[in-house]
Design a protein around this ligand. Sequence first.
Ligand SMILES: [Zn+2]
Length: 324
Amino acid sequence: MVTSPLQFTPLLKRIRWGGRRLGTRLGKPLGPESDYAESWELVDHGADQSRVCSGPWAGRTLNELVREEGTPLLGAQARLEQFPLLVKFLDANDRLSVQVHPNDQQAAAAIPGERGKTEAWIILEAEPQACVFAGLKPGIDRAALARAVAQGTVEECLHRLSVQPGDCIFIPAGTVHALGEGVLLAEVQQSSDITYRLHDWNRVGPDGRPRPLHIEASLACTDFARGPVRPQVPQELPPWGPIARERLVAADYFTLDRLRGTGTAPLPAAPHCRIWIVVAGEIRWGTGAGERAGLGSTLLWPAATRPVDLDWSPGSVVIEATWP
Ligand SMILES: [Zn+2]
């Protein structure tokens, strides 16, 4: 029975907009290339499967654990057949295309059994001029956006916001968005991989041609009522002893809390599993070599986790993801 936290081997994805910071800042094991874009930390999506990296469950995939250890792992949510969330780190060294994701109904209509994609970003590092694009400017309707796509002026329709470390940006399905260059972030999302590309900044690929766009699908999925997206305003929660807590996102698909503090505190019991993304400092739950998680680590606490005292190194910060 799974009663202690699980850590998984990251799945690294190379895409032309990536860089080296997944290695230099977050300690991921990179090869020599300079285009490491995403580290998939926790995934149960088709052939993309996280595998436990150490301890008695080493080598098991997340989907095997969901199916075979449902009650100890997921508690009250044991009936699931697939882990519903996907956690990634992203290094946007170059600007990403302007894109939009479908909601559950639109995704299932396009690919049976697929989910929509609501996502949230927690900014870890941002260069001084770094920005993201999230949502449309007020008054941009379907006709205006379609006209801008045809004229190559989509940027004028997008809400641009500068970002700082610690900002949390919530992107429900249907929100037009793009990551700007110079941002390192953690992303929590529904377990889905459907992206419609609306605009690619009039760039061409290595073969000298523009990359394919999905303009009709993008316009069909866009929520034109969404408007400009602002960073989430954290709401204070009751602390766990020396550990301060605040809620960043409370949405249909996931809840994100930020925990920060220094010192020793028991992990409160919970009737469900918890994902922890360590974004500063280090957490220890024993003296063994594997009983620690530092910056850039992602942990899965099973619902059946035995009582444990946690030692938070000075200035530790954790993003906790759960789902309702
Ligand atoms: Zn996205």
